[in-house]
Design a protein around this ligand. Structure first.
Ligand SMILES: [Zn+2]
Length: 204
């Protein structure tokens, strides 16, 4: 790509550094912004600057939040004995969309993946242990993708929590198998949480 303007080139490079945006798309977006006569560019850059500086992670569940403790953790009607363990904030959003879950969450921030250099210490597992150690949580629903890495993560967590009086279940299989949790449709995902099974118990 030959650019007549370094300013444009820089903008294209910045946009193209985002996932799923190639250089062609980046160029189209940049040209769109150049030609825009409203304050769109300013609004976008302002929103992104806020995103980079103001976003926090909930101190309780590690969901993305504007406050120290997120909205979900502070909602009175939530069942605080039930915690759904997920890989990412996007999973929280997907499960919330189903409207069928009224417990709390714990966002791990990824899954154990030696190939990618992600070990248990890189995830919010100690914090989960601390939460469970407080004694209020009765059940953890592991809503982790059914990949080898996901299975490893669930196994590791169940071992870490074996001394605690907490039930561990996994979301029903077959429904989200092979696909990422966040892409399962709302109805299926909702059902799979309702029809969860105890972890470690083989089903016929
Ligand atoms: Zn929270």
């Amino acid at each position: 790509m030959k650019f007549s303007s370094q300013t444009l080139e820089k903008a294209v490079e910045a946009l193209a550094s985002l996932p799923s945006i190639g250089r062609k798309t980046a160029l189209r977006l940049a040209i769109h912004l150049v030609q825009d006569t409203t304050d769109k560019t300013e609004k976008i850059s302002e929103a992104l600057t806020h995103l980079a500086t103001n976003i926090k992670y909930c101190k309780n569940c590690y969901n993305i939040s504007d406050l120290e403790i997120c909205d979900i953790c502070t909602e009175m009607y939530r069942n605080k004995e039930l915690v759904c363990v997920v890989e990412s904030v996007r999973d929280v959003m997907a499960i919330e969309e189903t409207g069928q879950y009224r417990g709390l969450y714990h966002v791990l921030g990824g899954i154990i993946s030696p190939i990618d250099g992600i070990g248990p210490g890189d995830l919010n597992i100690e914090a989960l242990k601390t939460r469970v150690g407080k004694g209020e949580i009765r059940e953890l629903i592991m809503a982790i993708s059914p990949t080898i890495e996901g299975e490893t993560t669930t196994y590791y967590i169940s071992r870490q929590l074996s001394d605690f009086d907490v039930e561990i279940s996994t979301i029903a299989r077959g429904v989200s198998f092979g696909g990422e949790l966040e892409y399962a449709d709302e109805l299926t995902l909702g059902r799979s949480i309702v029809a969860r099974t105890p972890y470690g118990v083989e089903k016929e």
